[in-house]
Write a protein that binds this ligand. Structure first.
Ligand code: ADP
Ligand code: ADP
Length: 228
């Protein structure tokens, strides 16, 4: 529903340079992975798109519109952070319903809410946990609920920051397949950050390799794989 373009984006935090003239173009409906080691600038790239950090130079376009001066909540993107947070006093169901009840997303009937929550919880393998509270969940289950809070709401693009980092290897592999399917089904543009190259190769329609705030390679998994 929305293409994403970063053009010559430069960003520093004080004296620390996070991004240097970073340019990326993500097609409408593409599942695009940013792969790179810790400190490469992956999270900063997502925050630049979401409008959560001001950029020093360059531009960000979403769906062809320049986002300069556009507030985060008007950008039509949904971002999930590695440090996920759930409402401790709400059940899984109510944690997933709250993004659908906030005024900015339009209104959903109770039946529509339940239907979307059912779809998302089934995809994420947490349908049986809907009446539990966060304290009654494992870390991996909590992470899936947090991801559900992003995916439950229609958005022009999903910005996902290491969404599988707290899962064990087996669950991570299963979730990879499911996420890919979810991306294909919903055809929502997804910008997905990871430091795990297997995850990147498994998920990405295309992958950008980020190092020290710059894109050093962009291509399909096959193209990235074939280079030394
Ligand atoms: P990644 O997500 O790839 O680990 P980040 O975008 O988080 O990379 O960070 C890129 C660089 O910017 C790193 O050197 C990091 O230490 C620095 N950085 C990130 N956020 C802040 C911040 N809020 N204040 C100061 N430096 C930061
Ligand atoms: P992990 O090692 O993945 O963190 P846990 O040992 O925390 O997993 O939990 C294992 C299983 O027990 C999970 O299915 C989780 O939902 C369930 N569980 C954990 N804590 C509680 C609790 N307080 N009440 C009910 N079920 C729980």
């Amino acid at each position: 529903m929305a293409s994403l373009t970063l053009d010559g984006v430069t960003k520093s935090y004080g004296k620390t340079r996070a991004l240097t003239e970073l340019s990326l173009s993500v097609g409408d409906g593409e599942f695009f992975v940013i792969l790179g080691p810790s400190g490469a600038g992956k999270t900063t790239t997502l925050k630049s798109v979401a409008g959560l950090e001001p950029i020093d130079d360059g531009s960000v376009h979403i769906g062809g519109t320049d986002m300069a001066g556009v507030e985060p909540y008007r950008r039509n993107v949904a971002m999930a952070f590695e440090s996920y947070a759930l409402y401790p006093q709400k059940t899984v169901h109510d944690n997933l319903a709250s993004p659908l009840r906030s005024g900015r997303t339009g209104t959903y009937s109770r039946a529509e809410q339940d239907e979307r929550i059912r779809e998302v919880t089934e995809t994420l393998g947490i349908a049986h946990l809907r009446s539990r509270f966060p304290r009654e969940l494992s870390n991996g289950q909590r992470q899936r609920v947090a991801l559900g809070r992003v995916l439950v709401r229609p958005a022009g693009a999903y910005l996902l920051d290491e969404p599988l980092s707290h899962l064990d290897a087996k669950l991570r592999a299963a979730m990879r397949a499911e996420l890919k399917q979810l991306g294909a089904m919903s055809s929502t543009t997804t910008l997905y950050v990871t430091h795990d190259y297997q995850e990147a190769l498994a998920l990405g329609d295309r992958i950008a390799v980020l190092r020290a705030g710059q894109v050093v390679q962009v291509g399909t998994a096959a193209q990235i794989w074939s280079r030394p």
